[in-house]
Design a protein around this ligand. Sequence first.
Ligand SMILES: [Zn+2]
Length: 337
Amino acid sequence: MNERIVELDEGWLQVKVPLPYSLKWVNAYVLPEAGGRWTVIDPGLRLEETEAFWEEVARSRSLAWDRVANIVVTHHHPDHYGLAGWFQERTGAPVWMSPVALDNANRLWGDGETFSDELTAAFLRHGLDDRLEQPMRMHLGGFRDKVSPRPSGVRLITPGETFAMGGVEWEVHGGEGHAPGHLLFYDRPSGRLLAGDQALPDITPNVGWMPGGDPDPLLSFLDSLRRLRALEASQVFPGHRAPYARFRERIDEIVDHHARRLKKMAELIGDREPTAFEVCEWTFGTRLRDNTHNLRFALAETIAHLVRMEAEGKLARFERTAASGETIVRWRLQENG
Ligand SMILES: [Zn+2]
């Protein structure tokens, strides 16, 4: 247990909440409040294992369940938001999110959701192998349990406001591209930035296209990073991996990474007319077929890059009707692009 809890300055705890994915864990942060109360940021994915984990964290650190002041969610992804409702039931504390994140959580997991079908259909149009349709559907449907119970009476935090927690009046900043309505919390005097997944060390945040979502998420992501780069963040507390200091350098690296990836994908396309799924396999490898979770992110990331090049006039899409009657989207480089 102790290797999963890192004591930070000011009595903060970095709690590495286990994840059953290649990311291994998500960082929850526990911030002490006056009177023995505490705030939790991004409690994690809901699994029996993570519920038991938190019971053990609370016991070992003498965190009283009836003293939770706030449950704060930086963005709606299941590995951050999943346990928010469980925490709320356990403690009666309010859950805080951005209005856009709340809308997205409702769209993805609300009653009668159609998102799993829409995303699977969009992936098939983008060339996903038919044999992967059923695994993809099951993968997407499998998240429902991992975000249940869903929090009720969610309170809203909007970028541009301030938010008080852990004895600090935080500036609230917004980030886009990784997750719509992503929140970051910045303490100007100390240079501390709670960054969620907007800027991660060692790994680049996933930037994925989704039907009915941001039409150009990579543009939004890069624009957000350029804007956030103005913050003089000297201690960054990310949603995955370890806290880090070199915020601007890391942003520059992430921006460069996407510039290189765009170039690489254009080279791979060359004079061929591939689907996004083909570009995805050329870029990330065919082994992803055995890992639907990673394939889903890789394909969404590939489409995000293709639509970016389309908006830049470097790439054009066209549709072709297959023998089965299905319409498949293909891409070709533009001569003057
Ligand atoms: Zn995320």
